[in-house]
Design a protein around this ligand. Sequence first.
Ligand SMILES: Cc1cc2nc3c(=O)[nH]c(=O)nc-3n(C[C@H](O)[C@H](O)[C@H](O)COP(=O)(O)O)c2cc1C
Length: 378
Amino acid sequence: MHMRAPTQANRNSFYSDNKFIIGLFGANCSSGRAVTLVDERWGGSWREGRALAQMADEVGIDFMLPIGRWKGYGGDTDYQGATLETFNWASGLLASTKRITVFGTIHAPLFNPIMAAKMCVTADHIGEGRFGLNIVCGWNEGEFEMFGVSQRDHDNRYKYAQEWVEVVKKCWSNEDDFTYEGEFLQHRKTRSKPKPWGGSRPVIMNAGASDDGKAFAVRNCDAFFTQANRESVEGMQKRVLDLKADARALGRDMEIYTVGVVTCRPTMKEAQEYYHYAAVERADWSAVDSIMAIKGLTPENMGKEAFELRRSQFANGMGGLPLTGDPDYVADQLIRLSESGLRGLACSMVNYSAELPYFAQEVLPRLEKRGLRAPVRA
Ligand SMILES: Cc1cc2nc3c(=O)[nH]c(=O)nc-3n(C[C@H](O)[C@H](O)[C@H](O)COP(=O)(O)O)c2cc1C
C-alpha cells in the first residue's frame, strides 16, 4: 500500500507529489469515451480494466475515474452500452493496486445516501484511503426513466443533492444517532460505522456544467472538473481563479481539473492521421447523432454551424480537449493547461492499454523535466 498518511490533504491531491495530476477516464465502459467503429476500440471488460489499472499504478498515473452509465447511447456500437458498475469496479481495482486513487460515480437521486455513504466507506477500507466519490446530480433522462425515477427540475436537482451530500458527510462524521430533517430527506437516529479510513474522508468531485452545478462543487467538493477553454490560456486562467476564489470565500480549497483525449504518436502526422481515422472516417456517427438527440441538440435550436462543431466534438471523446500530436506537442499542451492553473487532467485514449505505455514512456518524462511531475516512487 502507499506510504502516505490518509490525511485530507493527501487524499485531495491523490497522494501525489505531482504539480499536474493525471487520471484515466471512462475505462469501465465499452468504447471508453471514443465514439468510434475502429476494431481496437476499448472493450471495457473487468480483465482489461484491472490490467490497465495495474499498469497505470506502476507508471505513476494518479487516478481512475469511471463513468456511471446505465444505458448505452445506441448507434452501430451501442456506445457505452456495456458498463461495469463503478463501486464494484473501484473496489476490485483498489484491491488490485497499491497507490492509485479510484473513484466511484454515483447518481445522487438514484441511491439513498445512507447506502451510498457505506458503499464509499467499504471501498475506502479496501483501498486504505484511496477511494474517491464523483457525485452526479442528474443527466440522461432515459436512465432515470429506466429506474422509474423522474428527474427533478434542474434547480431542485441541486437542492436535493445538497441535502444528499450533507447526509453522506454526517454518516462519515463522528456524530452518532443523528437526525436530519431536510426538505427532501429525513433520516432518524442514523448510525453508520465504520467511518472512512484513517480519520479523513474520501475526496469528493463533481463536474456540473451549469451555474447550479458549479455552485454545488464550490460548496461541497474538493475537485471540480470543467471543460477546457479551447480559446485561450487567459480565459481558462480566469475561470480557474474565479472558481478557486469562490471556494476560498467559503473557507474551502478546491482544485480544478479538465478532461482530454490523448492521441500521442511518434510524429505529428501519424497522430493526426490516426485521430482522423478513428474520430472522423470511422466515427460511429449514428451513435453521435443519438447523443445529440438525447441532449436535445438540433441544427434548428443551435444553428447549423454550432451543431456541426458539437457533432464533431462528440465524436472525439464526447467533447474532451483533443491532445493530438507527438510527445513534445502533447507535453506542451499539458504544460499550457497547468499554466492556466488547472491541477490536472482526466484523459481517455481509444485503446487505453495499447496507448498508455507510449504516453508513460515519452510524455511523462517530459513533464518531469519541466517540474510538473515527480518520478514514480519505488
Ligand atoms: C469529468 C466528468 C465526469 C462525469 N461523470 C459522469 C458520470 O459518470 N455519469 C453521468 O451521468 N454524468 C457524468 N458527468 C456529467 C456531469 O456530472 C453533469 O451532469 C453534466 O456535466 C451536466 O451538468 P449540470 O448537471 O450542471 O447541468 C460527468 C462530466 C464530466 C465532465
